[in-house]
Ligand binder design. Structure first.
Ligand code: 5GP
Ligand code: ZN
Length: 114
């Protein structure tokens, strides 16, 4: 855990958030500023800064979890597609420096996209 890290604070339960799921390795929660209905973030519990820093084991676990959650989102929310996104580095629009995958459901009904 990195004491200065917002997402480590979420995993530790120190920062209010809406949890989606967790296991030994990963944690998923709703994005506070969603780009669409159901936009959520999947992160490793172990602190990693970004795509270049994360271990292969954590990257595998987080990616597989994102796939599982995306399938559930499509079923439960009736999404018509999903964006799986990662920003690596400030110049690539990363703003929180704890690795995360965005799972962004997309809809034919554009009132559900923001
Ligand atoms: P990035 O720009 O690093 O790829 O994405 C960071 C994401 O974290 C953004 O989509 C932003 O809305 C989300 N975020 C920032 N602060 C918080 C917070 O305190 N709680 C939650 N749930 N999401 C946050
Ligand atoms: Zn962290």
């Amino acid at each position: 855990m990195n004491d200065q890290c917002l997402f480590c604070g979420i995993v530790a339960g120190e920062v209010p958030h809406t949890k989606v799921s967790e296991d030994d390795t990963m944690y998923a929660f709703m994005d506070i500023n969603p780009a669409s209905d159901g936009h959520l973030l999947v992160i490793p519990k172990r602190h990693s800064v970004d795509l270049l820093d994360i271990s292969s084991d954590d990257l595998t676990a987080v990616t597989l979890a994102a796939q599982r959650i995306a399938r559930t989102v499509v079923e439960e929310l009736g999404a018509d597609g999903v964006n799986l996104l990662n920003c690596c580095g400030a110049d690539a629009w990363q703003t929180v420096f704890h690795f995360h995958l965005h799972v962004v459901p997309r809809y034919v009904d554009k009132t559900k996209d923001r």
